[in-house]
Design a protein around this ligand. Sequence first.
Ligand code: TH1
Length: 831
Amino acid sequence: TSGIGADKVALSVTASDVRLGMQASALTQAVLDHLHYSVGRLPSVASPHDYYRALALAIRDRMEYRWINTTQTYFDLNRKVACYLSAEFLMGPHLGNNLVNLHIEQEARNALATLGHDLDDILACEKEPGLGNGGLGRLAACYLDSLATLQCPAVGYGIRYEFGIFEQEIRDGWQTEITDKWLRRGNPWEIAKPDTFYYVNWGGHTEHYQDEVGCQRVRWIPDRMVKGVAYDTPIQGYGVNTCNTLRLWSAEAVESFDFQAFNVGDYYQAVNEKLVSETVTKVLYPNDEPASGKRLRLAQQYFFVTCSLQDMLHLLELAHAPVETFAERFAVQLNDTHPSIGVAELMRLLVDERRFDWDAAWAITVASFGYTNHTLLPEALETWPLPMFAELLPRHLEIIYEINRRFLDEVRTRFPDDEARVARMSLIGEEGDKRVRMAHLATVGSHAINGVAALHTELLQASILKDFHELWPERFSNKTNGVTPRRFLALSNPGLRELLDHTLGQQWLTEPGLLRKLDAHADKDAFQHDWYAIKLGNKQRLSSYIHAQTGIEIDPGWLFDIQVKRIHEYKRQHLNILHIVTMYRRLKENPALVLPPRAFIFGGKAAPGYFMAKRIIKLINAVAETINADPDVNTRMKVAFIPNFNVQNAHLIYPAADLSEQISTAGKEASGTGNMKFMLNGALTIGTLDGANVEIREEVGADNFFLFGLSAAEVESVKRTGYRPHDYVAGNDELRAVLELIGAGHFSQGDAEVFRPLVDNLTHDDPFLVLADYAAYIACQEQVNSAWQDVPNWTRMSILNTARSGKFSSDRAITEYCEDIWNIRPVTVKA
Ligand code: TH1
């Protein structure tokens, strides 16, 4: 090349550069180079983890060009960007997923084989970033995958917790929590951007003053300050050049903020300031659902939200675009109320710092934000006591009062003489101590509000946001959750992937509607045979894992009945146990009973302070120990609790399931996403009419779904008319005997204390109607048993589940968000 720009061409990197080659030989060289230059190890002494780091860096290199190019393309074309604000991103291991999305799994396998290593061993070395609790955080991760795959301009904004969700160990049947040190051996996927940082203020007071043109203005004089530094991770789309960004903020002390202390020689105080600053992003709160109410949690939320909004304003500035165009450039989605302080913060940035008038700022704010609600559980709704809020964010409280004053005027105009309604809708709750209601702030500040499954959106509009729905029906819509088929099928179920590729062609991975074509194969002997063999192989794989982790041996030929999710009373793992104990008693009383053998498999973490949930884990393990050791029953049933359920072992779990347990009290599980991962992998569901189960049943057909239990409406009416769980105990001898067995210490070496709180809670209170649904659940499980004995028909139903799971792809969900809420269109990134 010669002439203008020749030097640039020579210096630029291209995807065809031999050092970025996608062939196995180029990968082999790249791994060796990284072992040498980045890891600093001789191949002869390098550990599998060293190879993991070298391969991860080599793969990251191969995304880098696309990554920079993607960012540049959005910038050059001035494209509107979806900003997904989430306190949690449960990404799971990156390496395997990036290999799938780049189409270089086989090349990587060959490259490592040349170096004497097996890719699967190397993949197992990755410590996943567990920066989320469960469904909500994993949903955010699936959405990033779909946004990149659909070539949509998007950024994920969140928190770089130093310690993610704790690791669970089971000791003597009890959960113990171990600190998650995911960064201990470094993180090859992130790139620190020390020059991309913003200041975050706390505390202090406000001053009202008149500016030079006579306008009333407010100054916030904070008394503390930290810095938020960006760490970026590439999010490679499947089969496209788009590589989006996950930007996580990490808290650092502001150098010399405590200059005074330093100058007077108080070196210790200056260092201490640094420690205190950095606690903001130390640890993820491990509560799924119950709101924590801790000041540090509010500080985390404000910290990542202000950094993200400041980043957006900075990007506008770089593009020489006026701040007035904010809402045309950014669609800001609030993943639950955790980032909802963003509504007040954007107002502050516009009104106080950019001198916008209130109405103009408010129009921009409402046009920018969308709010997704993920739960109706009262204990999960975030509210902050006024004194705490005022101490940490005094200016934001003033802004919230002003938003509220104007909003309630609007309510009074629309609904005159209805002060009860005004009190219900206020952003400040006055029952007991005064609190800021974050769901109300998020709703008032957003032009679009959505629930995460059809039933959940209906209930949302009829319960906690009823008044808001009456005021602004046009702002509400449903967006049923989805999961990515790349990670949850292609990566985790390679056997099934191969069969689907062979039967349908590879397009099913981006057009999951094509899975419906499996309907035509569901009755074919040969196809059923292949299907069954794949499932059996997956069960073998899980069985080995369970054996390695727990010592429990499970026959892969048995029915694999699996419930994996956070442990919570509303999810009713204890209903599952009542069924297990019922079958145990039946077998003990009648050894000749014909019962197809089943493995009951559980997994899930309990919030460390959740007394009942921890006892449920203990009960599962106690029942497991008794049953697995009893030769009268252990040829027909076994129970296993898989410790430390996370994304990595989920890859082994979902593909091995025959039966998916989705048994929450109707009306309580907003959507569920595990239900979708099981269905995608050909498990049949036993479940209530709750969350997305309703739509799963609609898609797969009532004949291919095991339904039981009260509906959401029936649950409410039973509660209204006075639920008396004891009546169910009195009316059902078998249930009574089961509860007595547990209560008397049969599974706890005669210790009648340990499970007493559980049994008492069920018989006297039973807030989640376990006993009301018990008989229906047992009867439904009997239907499962008969269906399981007809292998061809079970296999057929299994095929139909995968065939009809297309709706639950996160691509469908993201397409709906893009079209209905964000107004974002795909953009092709050139190679
Ligand atoms: C979950 C919901 O429980 C689940 O039904 C849903 O599928 C999932 O979100 C994704 O939409 C929630 N997780 C949390 C976590 C926290 C607070 C509220 C919810 S709701 C910390």
